[in-house]
Design a binder for this molecule. Sequence first.
Ligand code: PLP
Length: 352
Amino acid sequence: MYWEENVRRVVPYVAGEQPQNKNVIKLNTNENPYPPAPEVERVLRELNHDTLRKYPDPDVSELVNVLAKRYGINNEQVFVGIGSDDVLAMSFLTFFNSDKPILFPDITYSFYDVWADLYRIPYECQPLDENFCIRKEDYQKENGGIVIANPNAPTGVYETPGFLEEIIKANPNSVVIIDEAYIDFGGESCVPLIDKYENLLVVQTFSKSRALAGMRIGYAMGSKKLIKYLNDVKFSFNSYTMNTVTIKAGAASVANEEYFRQITGKIIETREHTKKRLSELGFIFPDSKTNFIFAAHKSVPAQEIFDALRENEIYVRHWNKPRIENYMRISIGTDEEMKTVLDFLENYLKER
Ligand SMILES: *Cc1c(COP(=O)(O)O)cnc(C)c1O
């Protein structure tokens, strides 16, 4: 049979586990431990189910408008999609069409190479230095596009907009995507640079800092030109990416800036405390400006700690990949969850 020769074969991205067991302390997918803004619940409760008869607004205006206002930019500078994964996938398809390779770090979000393979985009990984930092010279050569997560995942390492601007400035002939999934946990965004560089696209998500991973909302901000090209591809693919419920819930979330600041502030506080205790327990980690810490123990292999945590219904993330096999990525939960985890680690390390 020959039909299989014409199949687009891909090795899919593997997401973190979503256990059904409610007792699990789930620190494996960087979800927010707090509920979404209370306005989201109200919108869901008051939803008139008759509105679901109709197609949603294909322009997603309600959500685009509140986001534009929140960031002080034009409506025409905002694109919305089904989580930032959808926004990034759409952006790869739209902007990375060169024969030259796209560039991204060797240790980064492991979806980038999956999309590149899916769309048959050539790529070349650039090794991070021994401290997991980007070497900007690596991005000053010919390329078909650049994608950088800032702060980076799974390392948590953050670079300033000033540093990234040097990379953007050096690449006027390709689109540079900055994936800011974790920027709300203490970093400074590159959004102010979008008016200066027509080829800069900044991507963010509601999944982490807005506690709405289950709702699936991501967005991109860039020049009117970039956003127009993105929308042209979106409308050639699926006019109705965002559903009626999601649009309303997303807009309600953006409306409550105070709650947003409160929960992100709380997570930052818990993270800083967690860093202190992890150090005391003999862990090392690059400084994190995210809602997770990428930690290795000075003497105990990560796989052993990972297994012990898992046996005790504590889920973190571990990759058996070169350079990072001795690290675990631990998402920041509530103070109570982190206390349970840290107390467990303290006992485990003492007794073994
Ligand atoms: C979580 C994450 C995303 C995707 O988030 P969505 O839930 O699809 O919005 C994108 N990039 C990075 C680096 C992430 O960690």
